[in-house]
Design a protein around this ligand. Structure first.
Ligand SMILES: *[C@@H]1O[C@H](CO)[C@@H](O)[C@H](O)[C@H]1NC(C)=O
Ligand SMILES: *[C@@H]1O[C@H](CO)[C@@H](O)[C@H](O)[C@H]1NC(C)=O
Ligand SMILES: *[C@@H]1O[C@H](CO)[C@@H](O)[C@H](O)[C@H]1NC(C)=O
Ligand SMILES: *[C@@H]1O[C@H](CO)[C@@H](O)[C@H](O)[C@H]1NC(C)=O
Length: 325
């Protein structure tokens, strides 16, 4: 194809060519300005269009490493958090279900279960059965409800049998925790702190006494301590725990481990775990970003202050259905 280029005719007088040139240059520059501003509008529109097109694709299909995607591998860290509580604590359980239900740490399976002994009342048989049908997050052990008379022993020593199955992975959980129902765990921070740690012979928690930073000192506080699955199996089979089940439950676990020469791997999670700052003691710490757990949340005010501090409602989706200032 021939490209036609319009040039000034050679027979035209010289000065008129110049005027035409100045005029056409002026209009050409004006044209360029208009064109570029139109293009800017169009370009922004395209960017917006592109973004909304992307946001319509479910996030997981463009990020294959996210859990829940059929192409991703199974979570490579499995943790059971057993919250020891009482059958009648319905409201506490519902609250904790909210707290843990909104957390989903990446690449890990964290199961939170409520643990208690035999039911004793007729209404519990209906209400707890309803909860199990709805949430399936309750473990009822074969024991009579107690604090420091062996419930923790029954908990750990029952798990290998309760959880063994031929179709699930082994171990069913890499780590098993015993937690209090007045402790708030930030699951992503917990997972983050566990990732680099050994998965065998591990004892993790907030070492007692409070000022101590030595995880081999005595034992880990009952606010929430964690042991690896091999230690759970050891508790099931060894005579050392079997012989010594009574006493403050957290101290008793520390005694087993000391007497059995177990847990060569220990991790002191202080001061990422601590007691709520008020009233101040040697076990408390101010709320701060580097937090795995806060303990002694004894009333609603303390829970609210803690949840606010950690921005737990920041991910609330905007909607026309509600307005929360
Ligand atoms: C707990 O309940 C089970 C089944 O109902 C019963 O067999 C067992 O003896 C009870 N255990 C205790 C310690 O009461
Ligand atoms: C589960 O544990 C029980 C008790 O230790 C044992 O008798 C049973 O064979 C185990 N089942 C499987 C499937 O491993
Ligand atoms: C368990 O207790 C019994 C009776 O007190 C004692 O004979 C036995 O040596 C103890 N076993 C262990 C492993 O502590
Ligand atoms: C909570 O959000 C505020 C405001 O965005 C931020 O300054 C603060 O660091 C956040 N707190 C934590 C613990 O992430």
């Amino acid at each position: 194809m021939k490209i036609m280029v319009k040039t000034a005719r050679p027979d035209q007088p010289h000065h008129s060519t110049r005027i035409t040139f100045v005029f056409s240059s002026f209009f050409f520059i004006l044209f360029l300005c208009v064109l570029s501003s139109i293009n800017e509008v169009r370009f922004n529109g395209l960017v917006k269009l592109g973004r909304s097109a992307l946001s319509n694709i479910p996030y997981q299909s463009i990020n294959p490493s996210l859990p829940g995607n059929s192409f991703s591998s199974a979570p490579n860290l499995r943790i059971l958090i057993g919250i020891l509580t009482l059958p009648d604590q319905y409201r506490r359980r519902d609250f904790l279900r909210l707290i843990y239900g909104i957390q989903s740490p990446e690449g890990a399976k964290v199961d939170v279960k409520f643990v208690f002994c035999n039911l004793t009342k007729e209404d519990q048989k209906v209400l707890v059965a309803l909860e199990i049908m709805r949430y399936n997050d309750i473990i009822i052990l074969d024991c009579k409800e107690n604090m420091n008379k062996g419930k923790t022993y029954t908990y750990f020593s029952s798990l290998p049998e309760i959880l063994n199955s031929t179709d699930g992975p082994y171990p069913p959980y890499h780590y098993v925790m015993k937690a209090d129902d007045d402790t708030f765990f930030r699951l992503d921070k917990l997972v983050e702190s566990l990732r680099p740690l050994p998965r065998e012979d591990l004892y993790y928690g907030y070492v007692i006494p409070c000022p101590s930073m030595d995880p081999f000192n005595r034992y880990m506080s009952g606010m929430g301590y964690l042991i690896s699955w091999d230690l759970v199996e050891w508790i099931r089979t060894s005579d050392i725990p079997k012989n010594h089940t009574e006493g403050p439950e957290d101290k008793v676990v520390g005694d087993w481990i000391r007497d059995g020469h177990r847990a060569k791997n220990r991790y002191n999670a202080k001061w990422s775990m601590y007691n709520y700052p008020d009233p101040p003691t040697r076990c408390t710490h101010e709320l701060w970003p580097d937090t795995v757990a806060v303990h002694l949340l004894k009333d609603q005010e303390k829970w609210i202050r803690t949840l606010k501090y950690f921005n737990v409602t920041d991910n609330l989706k905007p909607s026309k259905l509600y307005h929360i200032p």
